[in-house]
Design a protein around this ligand. Structure first.
Ligand code: ADP
Length: 213
């Protein structure tokens, strides 16, 4: 799943994964959990993430390669936040080789909408659910405290968007000519995006078989 920060990748990946009983593999969540747990990965990636930069390709390719080898990913999976560079996209092709089609969905949203969404985005400190709120302070899912993500402050958001344009947008070109590439308008109500995405992925994967999104 491709798209800039705030495009709705996480929310939509979660919904699609639940509906089709596939694991959602979010590299942002994996890194935040590592920071929270104080692992070596978390300690080394923390400064980069809070500054809005990208964790190195080698580290990310290692993490995802290992995760895709786990049994729950054998039937398919939804990837959120990876690939983020052309080097990662090339490595993903190698990992997918012989495992069925890679369906790529690019969610597009105008920049002014992204900035508004990220300013209002909160994350639950307990269960990690994301919400769009300015005034509610507790999570509707588990009752935990909602917090502003540390990398959602304005300066870091601008840096993340810059990094997105420089490092991640070229991936769209990398995938655009493939028959399993789809673009979705993410500037619509979440439920509309969900059904558009579901339709697009099922149609694209039917071209060649199973669904890996
Ligand atoms: P976003 O809202 O920007 O999509 P994510 O939760 O996907 O945020 O990622 C948060 C941060 O984790 C990124 O800004 C980056 O520092 C790091 N990160 C996540 N995935 C990758 C990746 N594939 N390659 C490099 N860095 C990554």
């Amino acid at each position: 799943m491709l798209g800039p920060p705030g495009a709705g990748k996480g929310t939509q990946a979660e919904r699609f994964a639940r509906k089709h009983a596939l694991p959602k593999i979010s590299t942002g969540d994996i890194l935040r959990e590592a920071i929270h747990a104080g692992t070596e990965l978390g300690r080394s990636a923390k400064a980069t993430i809070y500054a809005g930069g990208l964790v190195s390709d080698d580290v990310m390719i290692g993490i995802v390669g290992q995760r895709l080898g786990q049994p729950d990913a054998a039937r398919g999976f939804v990837l959120d936040g990876f690939p983020r560079t052309v080097t990662q996209a090339t490595a993903l092709d190698g990992m997918i080789n012989g495992r069925g089609p890679l369906v790529v969905v690019d969610i597009t949203v105008p920049e002014e909408v992204l900035l508004r969404r990220l300013a209002a985005r909160r994350i639950c400190g307990s269960c990690g659910v994301t919400a769009q709120v300015d005034w509610i302070t507790t999570c509707g899912n588990c009752g935990g405290d909602l917090k502003h993500r540390r990398d959602d402050n304005e300066a870091v958001v601008l840096e993340r968007l810059k990094v997105y344009h420089r490092e991640t947008l070229p991936i769209v070109e990398f995938y655009a000519a493939r028959p399993t590439f789809r673009t979705i308008d993410g500037n619509q109500p979440p439920d509309i995006v969900t059904s558009a995405m579901d339709k697009a992925i099922c149609q694209a994967s039917a071209l060649t078989g199973e669904a890996h999104a």
